[in-house]
Design a protein around this ligand. Structure first.
Ligand SMILES: NC(=O)c1ccc[n+]([C@@H]2O[C@H](COP(=O)([O-])OP(=O)(O)OC[C@H]3O[C@@H](n4cnc5c(N)ncnc54)[C@H](O)[C@@H]3O)[C@@H](O)[C@H]2O)c1
Ligand SMILES: [Zn+2]
Length: 704
């Protein structure tokens, strides 16, 4: 899992023109891995960990490096891919016509270049007509819905463009999608468009979620995606989703000459199309519309992040065709992020689970893109100093697809706050010293166990959705129980019901609680006493260990006992246990330090023992992986060039078949899959007598 530090490190590198070929190659590999993980978090988990701006910056860097070193473009490069593979749990649907992404332009000049490129490609004179349809770019989740003889039969998400998730039952719950087309329907119609959640519905949903202690979504797009991609369609049905149709996949028995014609027909069949769409004849038309919609944007009930321009004539669309991940006949003109000015009233320092001190700006409330903003992030100490942001300043803030806006800087020519801001060198909660380690951007409280802020945040993480996921135990209740001293450490959660004795502090007498709700909470807690090992590891909140790493650890060590024993042994850097740990692909030295550090710490051992003492059952890892595959339980190493799949895919597939994938060959390796160009690893395998296979043999062996 890429941490914020990975992302920062990937960006902290040299200017592209100064990179050596070798550095470029290493960086492209790192970017491919980091971006793939962000894609997974964003597209599969609907829970991005970085802002879109940060993601886009990484992607732009990738593009710049590839432009300078075209020979180094990787098969798994983010510039060659769309979205992320379908998530486990959904059946897959193979798209008959791929679902692609869109290329971007950011200015009028770039738009003119795009149009000039179209003319060159089509060999059109400067004064020949080139009609363009302009449509708002809805910030939602794209879908493909298939109608056969006018009847809705199947729907899918975009997934990786080739294969998406089957969301037929979920789409049926959306009122905007007709079960049956109106009028004369073609034999086959695959309609495509965007499912979205209106901004009002989004805020109302988040309020309900927060009250229920459930997941709060970062923005309407994530909320729409998270609501649609539910294994239980009843959940989807309870969420207010809407859609616009703007495109099509396979169509049999109908044809239009123009995109505009298609849109009108989609509308006639009973599908909602966007009322803001226009047919334009030249750049001036396009820019006028762009400006108009840009100004209207805050008042539109849904989020849009730009305008999409599409060549109107279908025969021209066909001639223009596609580049790797997007059509050549369309482009997205992205809006700049929404900005506003307001006064910085105070800077609050929040203390996170790992002790990180984060500055948060308190602002005089102001409307940015239809949303009232009163808090914004100031990133970190260096950013505040660099921008010389002071309390009392008038600042420019920006909201870019995220709910948490950012402070960009001080507005020039306005009255300044009197004093430069001094970042505290002590924890505002526990008073311990707060220090910055070399090369780190964040300052951390050194209070560790005595720091109430850290303890509270750790507990919130422990019960969060991807960890113990205890219903009715949201952040607010954790705060409340913590303040009342009902809970201090994780094990206390499982003893909460013991407080419910006559004459003792009673949960049921707290404001907002009653006999019934208290009993319900205890039942929800009891229900979570059995937990899978991967969730359990994630819940511990070890630094750098996100869900992906937790899963890797669970898969590699199977049981909590084995994991604890191995991690204590692995604290010795000379040990085999240490080698095994860092040999897991995806776990590096610094992560290994944090993990072994956690398990050897005495207090943490106590926390684990206490949890077991209250009757927690941590289930050995079986995962959502098959156990009857020929490679289940085996350790596999891939080396050399693979021909039919990327390294990432090979790894994911092997893991889903129950194998561990290691980065280097050792006595513990069971199988080495060697492609052309395999070097020392193959040799080592032969020396150690480890079984080796070609890619072809391997595929036959795993039965694919
Ligand atoms: N924060 C993160 O971690 C993270 C990770 C991955 C992607 N992202 C964000 O996601 C975006 C990239 O995703 P993408 O590849 O889906 O590209 P995109 O969202 O920029 O553009 C393509 C999509 O636009 C949608 N669209 C909306 N209205 C449309 C219309 N009228 N006509 C055609 N298409 C329309 C379609 O779903 C299409 O697939 C970027 O904004 C990026 O910042 C963020
Ligand atoms: Zn502290």
């Amino acid at each position: 899992m890429p941490t914020e530090t990975d992302t920062a490190a990937a960006l902290r590198t040299k200017p592209v023109p100064e990179l050596t070929r070798e550095e470029a190659e290493t960086e492209l590999a790192a970017l491919a891995a980091v971006l793939a993980e962000h894609d997974r978090l964003y597209h599969t988990e609907d829970a991005p960990e970085v802002s879109d701006a940060e993601y886009d910056a990484l992607k732009a860097r990738n593009a710049d490096i590839e432009k300078r070193f075209p020979a180094l473009v990787r098969a798994d490069s983010p510039s060659q891919r769309v979205g992320a593979a379908p998530a486990a749990g959904f059946s897959k649907v193979r798209h008959r016509v791929p679902m692609l992404s869109l290329d971007n332009v950011f200015s009028e000049d770039e738009l003119r270049d795009f149009l000039a490129g179209l003319r060159r490609f089509l060999k059109l004179d400067d004064d020949a007509d080139l009609e363009i349809v302009a449509e708002p770019k809805i910030d939602g989740l794209s879908f493909n819905a298939r109608y056969e003889n006018g009847v809705f039969v199947q729907a899918a998400t975009r997934g990786d463009g080739q294969e998406g998730e089957d969301i037929t039952a979920n789409m049926r719950t959306i009122a905007d999608l007709p079960d049956r087309l109106t009028g004369d329907a073609p034999e086959v119609l695959e309609v495509r468009g965007e499912v979205y959640m209106s901004r009002d519905a989004f805020f109302a949903l988040n309020e309900r979620q927060e009250a229920a202690g459930a997941k709060v979504f970062a923005n309407p797009r994530n909320a729409a995606a998270g609501s649609l991609r539910q294994l239980d369609p009843k959940v989807t049905a309870s969420r207010p989703l809407a859609l616009f149709a703007y495109s099509w996949g396979e169509v049999v028995g109908y044809e239009a000459d123009t995109h505009w014609g298609y849109l009108e027909q989609l509308h006639a069949w009973g599908l909602p199309t966007n009322p803001e769409a226009r047919l334009c004849r030249n750049v001036d038309d396009l820019m006028t519309l762009y400006q108009e919609i840009f100004e209207k944007r805050p008042t539109l009930p849904y989020d849009i992040d730009g305008i999409v321009y599409k060549v109107n004539r279908i025969d021209w669309q066909k001639r223009l065709g596609f580049v790797s991940r997007s059509p050549r006949w369309a482009v997205a003109h992205k809006f700049p992020a929404e900005q506003a000015q307001t006064v910085l009233e105070a800077i609050e320092i929040q203390v996170g689970r790992t002790g990180a001190l984060t500055p948060v700006a308190h602002l005089t409330p102001v409307t940015v893109g239809g949303v009232v903003v009163s808090r914004a992030t100031l990133h970190n100490e260096d950013e505040i100093a660099r921008k010389d942001v002071r309390v009392g300043d008038t600042v420019r803030i920006q909201r870019a697809g995220d709910v948490i806006p950012q402070v960009l800087g001080v507005v020039e020519g306005t009255e300044r706050g009197p004093e430069p801001y001094v970042f505290p060198d002590h924890c505002p909660v526990c008073g311990s010293q707060a220090i910055r380690e070399e090369g780190e951007a964040v300052r951390r409280c050194t209070g560790g166990l005595i720091c109430a802020a850290q303890a509270k945040e750790r507990l919130k993480h422990f019960v969060s959705r991807d960890a113990f996921d205890i219903e009715g135990m949201g952040a607010k209740n954790v705060e409340l129980f913590f303040e009342k001293e009902f809970i201090r450490a994780p094990a206390d959660i499982f003893k909460l019901h013991e407080l419910e004795q006559p004459g003792q502090k009673r949960i049921s007498s707290l404001p907002g609680f009653g006999e019934k709700s208290a009993q319900k909470l205890f039942a929800a807690i009891e229900e979570r006493k059995r937990i899978s090992l991967d969730r359990f590891i994630y819940a511990l909140g070890i630094r750098q260990v996100g869900q992906a790493t937790a899963r890797l650890l669970a898969q590699s060590y199977h049981t909590l006992d084995a994991l604890r024993e191995a991690m204590i042994a692995a604290a010795d850097k000379e040990s085999d246990a240490h080698k095994d740990l860092v040999n897991i692909e995806g776990i590096g030295e610094s992560m290994a330090d944090d993990i072994t550090g956690f398990f050897t710490e005495e207090h943490n051992q106590q926390v684990l023992d206490d949890l077991l003492a209250v009757g927690l059952e941590v289930q050995p890892f079986e995962g959502r992986v098959s156990t009857d595959s020929p490679i289940a339980g085996k350790t596999v190493v891939f080396t050399g060039a693979l021909e039919t799949m990327s390294r990432g895919e090979a790894k994911a597939r092997a893991q889903s078949l129950g194998a561990k994938v290691a980065g280097s060959v050792s006595k513990k390796t069971d199988l080495v899959v060697a492609g052309p160009g395999a070097g020392s690893k193959l040799k080592q395998a032969q020396e150690l007598g480890v079984e080796t296979m070609t890619e072809e043999e391997y595929l036959a062996y795993i039965g694919s």
